[in-house]
Ligand binder design. Structure first.
Ligand code: UD1
Ligand code: MG
Length: 458
């Protein structure tokens, strides 16, 4: 599809969503809606994508660019939302250098790259200059109806609002995905009018314009009708999202991963899990997360943009965000890893430990009730229960350095900026305010006094 441009229509107001957020930016299984057709078009091999934007254009542009930083994508502006034909016309300049255009409604997140390729084949085989995708559905709902001639050729698309009772009963519908020769498409689009119930410029009028000139319109009927699912309102959003989540889980299981009760596991689009890993019920694996092989992700954990190595055990109810856990580490239960935390190979982060913007070196352990923030911890360090890095002085965040082999006793405060040297010891209950030299023992607690018979005297 090197000579083909994909034009994605995403300028609509999304009135039926009842939100100020443009419809294309609604998150569907973690990915903005508008990104799905772009992804499918790129996977199908189109060389260039134009997204037609209008309502809150700058926001939509920024999101699309964020998700596809290297793809050939540009934008066309539709100032006023006058209908799908008008939106397509707004991309005329973008389309002009290309022989063919793939036109996609921006609210179709289930369309696969294979369907786009099949449409391309029908277009080529029919020897036509216009082809579309249709679907046979149980409930034609708000879709445009496909009217065929007695010999089975597509004649026209009738929008629901303009349909007669007889036409409403037709259960073959217009999916909103088309392929056309650019030059003749734009010549026809310029002639589309607004004489319909919605007084909009309907893209779908193109079909009748063609057939009434005796031109044939190619049609590919979806093999899997569920791909036609579009999102016009919140109920459709939840239905389509559930379908995507099921297919994400199925894709992960196909990679050789066990998912217990997959209907309770939430896996956003684009996440990956390596073979032989196991995911327990109630786990959320959110955008950007990649998990290696032979891992166990236990019940209730929420992983967002997390990179998890091989052989890692995440015990129940951990929250891990924008962080990296290296091979064979053990995390949780109830650990909270905030952004920019890195746990080295064989590291342990135990229950009720919070980490933020910190590195825990290979084989180091912080097993109980601690806060490790803005800290650089070396290898084979043992951090005792209840250790707190006092990283914030009210103005600045300060760094704590704990070098390899150090042993930090329980209930220690490390008042940053401070450095604990190699193989040194910090006694339990110490408040460390000055650097500890390599191999030293730091103690700051006062000597214990026992007052004999105190209870009796009192
Ligand atoms: C459209 C089709 C209908 C088809 C259905 C499939 C038309 C007239 N109707 O109806 O036949 O069955 O999709 O999903 O095309 N948009 C713009 N600018 C506009 C209007 C819309 O960019 O001025 C964009 C929307 O953001 C959306 C897409 O075009 O992504 C389709 O618009 P929508 O309002 O959802 O059309 P439907 O009523 O679903
Ligand atoms: Mg729609």
């Amino acid at each position: 599809m090197k000579d083909t441009i994909a034009i994605i229509l995403a300028a609509g107001l999304g009135t039926r969503m009842k939100s100020s957020l443009p419809k294309g930016l609604f998150r569907v299984a973690g990915l903005p809606l508008v990104c799905y057709p772009i992804k499918a078009a790129l996977e199908a091999g189109v060389s260039h994508v134009t997204v037609v934007v209008g309502h809150q254009a700058e926001l939509v542009k920024a999101e699309v660019t964020k998700y596809f930083p290297t793809a050939q994508i540009d934008f066309a502006m539709q100032e006023q939302q006058l209908g799908t034909a008008h939106a397509t016309l707004c991309a005329a300049e973008n389309a002009a250098p290309f022989k063919k255009a793939l036109l996609m409604n921006g609210d179709l997140p289930l369309i696969s790259a294979n369907t786009i390729k099949a449409l391309g084949e029908v277009y080529d085989q029919t020897g036509t200059t216009f082809a579309l995708v249709t679907s046979r559905v149980a409930d034609p709902g708000g879709f445009g109806r496909i009217e065929r001639s007695p010999d089975g050729e597509v004649q026209q698309i009738v929008e629901k609002r303009d349909a007669t009772q007889e036409q409403l009963a037709i259960n073959e519908v217009n999916v909103g995905l088309y392929m056309a020769e650019t030059a003749s498409l734009y010549a026809d689009l310029a002639k589309v009018g607004t004489s319909n119930q919605a007084a909009e410029f309907y893209f779908t009028d193109i079909v009748k314009m063609r057939t009434s000139k005796g031109e044939k319109v190619g049609a590919y009927v979806l093999g899997d009708a569920s791909e036609a699912g579009q999102i016009n309102n919140r109920a459709e959003l939840s239905e389509v999202e559930a379908q995507i989540l099921r297919s994400n889980a199925a894709m992960i299981m196909n990679l050789g991963v066990t998912i217990h009760l997959p209907e309770t596991v939430y896996i956003e689009t684009g996440c990956l899990v390596g073979s032989n890993s196991e995911i327990e019920p109630g786990v959320s694996i959110k955008a950007g997360t990649v998990i290696g092989s032979n891992c166990l992700i236990s019940r209730g954990s929420v992983l967002t943009n997390a990179r998890i190595g091989d052989g890692v055990t995440i015990k129940p109810y951990c929250v891990i965000t924008d962080s990296e856990i290296k091979d064979f580490a053990i995390i949780g239960p109830f650990a909270h890893l905030r952004p920019q935390s890195v746990v080295g190979n064989h590291g342990h982060v135990g229950n009720f430990v919070e980490m933020k913007k910190s590195n825990l070196g290979e084989g180091s352990k912080v097993n109980h009730l601690s806060y490790i923030g803005d800290a650089q911890v070396g290898e084979k360090v043992n951090i005792g229960a209840g250790t707190i890095t006092c990283n914030y002085d009210g103005i600045n965040k300060n760094i704590t350095v704990i070098e390899s082999g150090a042993f930090i006793g329980s209930d220690t405060q490390l008042v940053a900026p401070v450095k604990v040297g190699k193989n040194s010891y910090v006694g339990a209950g110490t408040t460390v305010t000055e650097d500890v030299p390599d191999g030293a023992l730091a103690l700051s607690r006062v000597k214990q006094v026992n007052i004999e018979n105190y209870a009796k005297k009192k």
